[in-house]
Design a protein around this ligand. Sequence first.
Ligand SMILES: Cc1ncc(COP(=O)(O)O)c(C=O)c1O
Length: 375
Amino acid sequence: MEVPFLDLKANYFSLKNEIDTAIEEVLEKTAFAGGFAVERFEKNWAAYCGVNHAVGLGSGTAALWAALQAMEIGPGDEVITVSHTFAATVEAIVLAGARPVFVDIDKSTFNMDTKQLEAAATENTKAVIPVHLYGQPVNMDAVLEFARTHELFVIEDACQSHGAEYKRRKTGSMGDVGCFSFYPGKNLGAFGEAGAVVTNNPQLAERMRRFRDHGQTKKYHHDHFGWNERMDGIQGAVLDVKLKYLEQWNTLRRQHAQRYLDRLQDQAKIIGPREVENCRHVWHLFVVRVPQRDIVLRKLKERGIYCGLHYPVPVHRTKAFKRFAPAEGSLPVTETVASSILSLPMYPELSEEQIDYVCKNLIEIAENLTESENA
Ligand SMILES: Cc1ncc(COP(=O)(O)O)c(C=O)c1O
């Protein structure tokens, strides 16, 4: 049996007619950059997230950058985030000219350890970026309280958590700005690059809207610094069709996660993830910890099971960002999980047989690692 890590074809073919029709409408109206389809999606996405404004952008990375720009965060400023994330979270901070300050992660959720925020704050701190990694919300009560005390902006990196909820509030809707990526493999994925910001703050919404369009207040009146980060019309059309199915897909992901958890429980060598109380995890990724991860990864592949690594190198350990690394030994959880995490196949179209096949083989491989492999 083959179990791909992701099956974008199955997803497309399940909605082919609807999507093709929506794309055709954009083509016929030649509404390629922004336009009616993007505006319609923005309205529906804002409503889904429970906020007043959504601004469609070129990517999730652009969303983070737009948020920082709108808050006028730049040189001399510090932004607190985690190193156990996709590099884009940190790239945006660095591109804005600010300094990323890393706090460690919690060892059972792999999300920001909010107990460490206080010690990371300085007089230069301007914002905090919690990352709802793998689809699981960060402890937002703690983040919001910390931000309120220190008068900081909160930018939620919700690029992996479309539809996730913290105490019944959607991720992205609790901070000043929520940032989303619609990269094809995401829970809500475009047919190319796309992203969005959501906010209840009309000034920030207006600034981010201008930012994506070269800072123009009207054509050729560049009153602000800006960039070209408009969402493509075709992406807006695709996303608007797919949004109608997001809840259904997230429910399927939750069922798959439960099946994985049931089958992998009580396995001494495999540490499974867990859903935090009062949260709705949307399982963008299902991440376990195993000994000798690289060997397990290879052996699973030999049996037709394709896994991912999110992420094998903490951002502060990468060549590009090591200049921002904190004192040696100050991110112990971040450093240790990177070598043992393994993302199992996870997407709505996954079958029960495929999940059972993954679990059976994973258990078998983990149980039968030889002494030297286990060393
Ligand atoms: C946590 C996180 N932040 C930011 C991004 C950046 O999004 P994009 O790839 O759309 O630029 C991603 C996407 O992979 C992500 O997973």
